[in-house]
Every structure is written in C-alpha cells, then in structure tokens.
Design a protein around this ligand. Sequence first.
Ligand code: ATP
Length: 368
Amino acid sequence: KKKIAIMTSGGDSPGMNGVVRACVRMAIHMGCDPYVIYEGYEGLVRGGDLIRKMEWHDVRGWLSEGGTLIGTARCMAFFERAGRLAAAKNLISQGIDALIICGGDGSLTGADRFRAEWPSLIQELEANGEYTAQQLAPYRHLNIVGLVGSIDNDLSGTDATIGCYSALSRICYAVDLIEATASSHSRAFVIEVMGRHCGWLALMAGVATGADFTFIPEKPREDNWREEMCSIVEHHRKQGKRKTIVIIAEGALDRHGNKITPEMVKDLLADKKGLGLDTRITTLGHVQRGGTAVAYDRMLATLQGVEAVKAVLEATPETPTCVIAINENKIVRKPLMQAVQDTKKVAKAIESQDFDLAMGLRDTEFSE
Ligand code: ATP
C-alpha cells in the first residue's frame, strides 16, 4: 500500500486542519495509508512518534477546529543537509515516499529543495550503510505536493491562500467592534494588522470596512502622506463622521523604505495643532490567526486537499513539484517554484484592481 504523509509548517492558519482531514480521508479513499507528521519539519527530522499513521475517524470534527492540531514549528535543522538526511531516513524507515505540505512560501521552498536533493540523500544513506540498494529501490524518488496555508494571501499564482479569508473576516469583525466605541466618543483608532511583506489583509480590510486610510508595504507612501491622510480625515470629519479608522499593515513603509508606525500615525492624528483627535492604537495581533476557519477556507482546504492527494499519486520523477492553487474558482496545479519566484516580483495586493477607487467610496468622498 502506498503511504502518504501530511504535515503543516510555518505560521499556522485557519483551515490547516481541514487540509489534514481532507488529505487523510482522500488517501484512504484512494487505497493508501495516510500518515501525519507532527510539528512541521521538526517532526520530519526527529521522527519516532512524531510520524503517526492515521485512520478515518482520527480527523473527525477537524473542519471546525482552528490552528493546526498536528502542530507546526520553525525548524533550523531542516536548513542543513544533515537535518534533511535525517528526515529522509525517517520517511524511508516508515515506508513513505509521498509528502503533502501545507505552509507558506518558506515551507514550500524547503519542500522543493528536499525533493531535488532526495536522490543524493538516498545515495548517502546507502553509502553510510544505513540501507542496502535493494531496500532503497522503491524510494528512488520523493513526490511532494504543496498547499498554501497562510493568512497573508502572499503567494502569487493563487487567488486565495488557505486562511486568508478567515483572518480578513476576523479583522472586519474587530473593526466593527471598535467603530461602535470610536463613534460614541468621536475617537480615532489606528488599527495595526498582520502583514510584514504583504498588505492584502490591510488593503482588503480597508475596503471592507470603509476605513479612512490604509498603509501597506506594497504601496510606499509619498513624502506628503501626512498631509494627504490628515486632509482626508479632516474632510470626513467635516462631513459629520464621528469616527476615524486608519488601518496599517505591520510592514508599512514610506517611499524611502522607512517604516511608518502606528505611533507615528497616532501622534499625527492627535496633534493639538492639527486634527487634535482623541486617538488610540489597537494592535489586533494573533486574534487574526486564531479561531475557526470561515466557510470559504473550509471549502478551499477540502477541495485542495482532495486535489493534493490526486496530484501526489499522479506525480512522476519528471514533473516539477506542484502547488495546489485556486484560479477563477477552479482548483488547479501550478509549478511550485514558479509561484514562489513570482511572489518575490509581484505586489499581489495591488495587482490589477482599482483599489484607490474602492477606497474612495468610503463615506462622502464622491458626494460633492
Ligand atoms: P509563513 O508564511 O507563516 O512565514 P513559511 O512556511 O514561509 O510560513 P518559514 O519560517 O519561512 O515559514 O519556513 C518554515 C520552515 O520551513 C523553516 O523553519 C524551515 O524548517 C523550512 N524552510 C524554509 N525555507 C527553507 C529552505 N530554503 N531550505 C530548507 N528548509 C526551509
């Protein structure tokens, strides 16, 4: 029986449990034995009881659980060849030569590297006398398929990553809560959301909540950002708006590459000589990550998990490692490294959409 291992790696995201559930059950449906690897690459390197066989009922109820129940970790050992050699040995000792990994671009890059290196790792195991050539014969190739689990929606080539809509929903809910109290006291709130390199969450939350202003890493602000923000906020206030919401991504920058911080924005809004607004900062932090997945992420996790098992069974040594994506509502396979490389080039958050116009629809901007 073919054995397929499933693991989650990098930062956790809502929907990862849905992925594990779908992969475990689809593997069983396809006549294979599913295994899970606990603690991401750490489990692969350490082996032992961190690699466990799963049954259909082991994943019962997992669709509605947040985080990842099989754990995740950052693993320094996997950056080293010695760590990857130990990982190869652990997989072979369990009879596994197919791996499905759900994680961010770092995890997927590590996976591709592992697969490319696999033949030489096998040779080393043979040269070390750990296994004979005959024992290693069924394991000459490692098939790997990636799934993108990330709240940031930061991988090029897919419309959505598993978890991003859950985090976005959580942010919108939190902003709604804040708005009620902001309005009561006529206050301003600077709300920091996750996104060190990718502003998708901040930008979409800005559009979805009708925020007054947003800061994202992909659109470094011009030198006049202070005047620009203050004039928009002032305009809205003059129109009778009793609340001011500014959404700032963790990685917000000006055009010189300097960080724009929530404190800088707050000081500006609160400046007595200027707007003089009673201003507070709210850092949403890990509430954006926690909790259960929204329906969309559960659906994505399930459909993509099913596709991942099919892809790993159909892969040949010649096919490049693939990642499961969604494009215009279709679940598709894409070359993994192409998606990772494109991510470094494309500012996905502001690709081909008129967000300036969408943001301009807030409140009374176009009414005059
Ligand atoms: P997130 O988007 O949440 O940051 P990620 O998957 O990008 O998720 P990373 O911390 O970059 O998170 O990577 C997770 C783990 O993947 C690392 O701790 C390491 O074990 C492995 N990894 C990442 N990049 C590589 C690489 N180039 N070679 C080998 N292993 C890697």
